[in-house]
Design a protein around this ligand. Structure first.
Ligand code: C2E
Ligand code: CA
Ligand code: CA
Ligand code: CA
Length: 275
């Protein structure tokens, strides 16, 4: 019985070990990847729902490891946040996004995701101002995506940083809207330029009248508060048509374009240029 117990314990210990070992490995390899500058950005287009023209691109981090393969940002970003690497990665993403988009043949906006952790110090504002200056990107073409979790607690530093970023002329978007904590009070506290409706509401708008009603209400709410509204995760023509009819101004999703390397998007923008 004693040996049995030990074996059982050993079994659980090993499965816990596997997760911990993966986590340690990713931590270590992420530090190395950042030092070697091997993270990259892909860019996913957002189109105007009426004209179908590309008006914005969202920068999304990509990490391809030589032996581990492609590691999702949903795995490595929380780890980067835990080990204090997100400030550096995030500042690089803003800078790289601005430099890349500044060379594109059409003056579309570039959207960059921000982790709440990036608001902890005072480096964020300076990093944004430097990126704009060095890239020559007009501030109004930079859009920063934040999530509801940033505004969960009252925080003077977060609020003053958001005000300062807005004063620069940079746009701020509320990402993944409708998920998370579903408190609307922060819409009164801070004036966002854009709401992005989370893809979980989009996936069944064709078949689920409740989802359609929620999306309809979010679009009206956004517009009534002076914000533009984007839908993410749009995969079908039917979803696109419903969103356009409901007045959603911007569409993002595999239907209109997957995340792609910057030079690929640049080619699309070049070919779509009016003669
Ligand atoms: P997100 O900001 O909500 O980004 C949208 C995610 O949905 C992206 O996943 C994108 O590839 C995916 N997506 C786009 N269109 C479709 C579609 O039609 N269908 C489906 N099923 N998915 C679609 P990705 O690139 O894996 O990024 C995941 C998350 O990682 C992002 O979610 C964001 O929270 C985070 N992330 C990515 N890059 C950065 C970054 O530079 N900084 C920070 N802080 N977070 C980032
Ligand atoms: Ca986003
Ligand atoms: Ca999102
Ligand atoms: Ca999301």
């Amino acid at each position: 019985a004693k040996a049995d117990g030990r074996n059982r314990f050993h079994f659980f210990d090993t499965s816990l070990d596997a997760a911990a070992r993966r986590r340690n490995l990713i931590e270590q390899e992420l530090r190395a990847a950042v030092a070697a500058r091997s993270l990259t950005l892909h860019f996913q287009p957002l189109v105007d729902s009426g004209s179908g023209r590309i008006i914005c691109a969202e920068a999304l981090l990509r990490w391809h490891h030589p032996t581990l393969g492609t590691i999702s940002p949903t795995e490595f970003i929380p780890i980067a946040e835990d080990i204090g690497l997100i400030e550096k990665i995030g500042a690089w993403a803003i800078r790289e996004g601005c430099i890349t988009a500044a060379s594109w043949p059409q003056p579309i906006r570039i959207a960059v995701n921000l982790s709440p952790r990036q608001f902890a110090g005072t480096g964020l504002y300076a990093g944004i101002a430097d990126a704009l200056r060095d890239s020559g990107m007009p501030p109004a073409r930079l859009e920063l995506e934040v999530t509801e979790s940033l505004l969960l607690k009252t925080n003077a530093l977060v609020e003053s940083t958001l005000v300062a970023i807005t004063a620069l002329g940079v746009r701020v978007a509320l990402d993944d809207f409708g998920t998370g904590y579903s408190s609307l009070s922060y819409l009164r506290k801070y004036r966002f330029d854009k709401l992005k409706i989370d893809q979980s509401f989009i996936s069944d708008i064709e078949t689920n009248a409740d989802s359609r009603a929620i999306v309809d209400a979010i679009i009206r709410l956004g517009h009534d508060l002076g914000m533009s509204v984007a839908a993410e995760g749009v995969e079908t023509e039917a979803q696109y048509d419903i969103l356009r009819r409901l007045g959603c101004g911007e569409i993002q999703g595999y239907l209109v374009g997957r995340p792609m390397p910057g030079d690929e998007l640049e080619k699309i923008l070049t070919n779509a240029r009016e003669p």
